[in-house]
Design a protein around this ligand. Structure first.
Ligand code: CMP
Length: 140
């Protein structure tokens, strides 16, 4: 069943640079409603688990090390066609290839420090939302 929710993380480089407010403002201005929100820091094991689909890839160790290196902001966002529309707002993985106006074009440092995560499917949106939030942290 398609859902109208997606999961985002504002990554450690963007939090460290003070971009949380600017990014959340862009997200809200693009029509997404925040239904859950928290600042937290992933442990190494958390980050390994969140990104376990990438285990074995050349960038996996750098990815989980970076994602556990400082605080992140996680949020569940609601909008019609949330997964696809949010991926359009986020832009390509590599900021050099990201379209003008996208979050990664505006705020990413590099492909590996690309400022914002967005779920890539409805199934993963559900899995990733449950990873970060319990039922009572989700506000309808
Ligand atoms: P994200 O959308 O969080 O999902 C997986 C992450 O892995 C991705 O953003 C990038 O930060 C990172 N990633 C994907 N491909 C590469 C790559 N080729 N080199 C380095 N990092 C990558």
């Amino acid at each position: 069943m398609a859902t109208n929710r997606t999961l985002t993380m504002i990554k450690p480089n963007a939090v460290q640079k003070g971009l949380v407010g600017a990014i959340l403002e862009k997200i809200a201005a693009s029509g997404f409603r925040i239904v859950a929100l928290k600042m937290t820091q992933l442990t190494v094991d958390d980050a390994k688990k969140f990104y376990d689909v990438h285990e074995g890839k050349s960038f996996y160790e750098d990815l989980y090390t970076f994602m556990s290196s400082g605080p992140i902001v996680a949020a569940v966002l609601e909008k019609d066609n949330a997964v696809e529309d949010f991926r359009s707002l986020v832009g390509a993985t590599d900021p050099a290839a990201a379209a003008e106006g996208t979050l990664r074009k505006l705020y990413a440092d590099s492909k590996s420090r690309n400022a914002v995560h967005g779920s890539d499917s409805d199934d993963n949106a559900r899995i990733e939302s449950s990873f970060h939030f319990s039922r009572r942290e989700l506000f309808v």
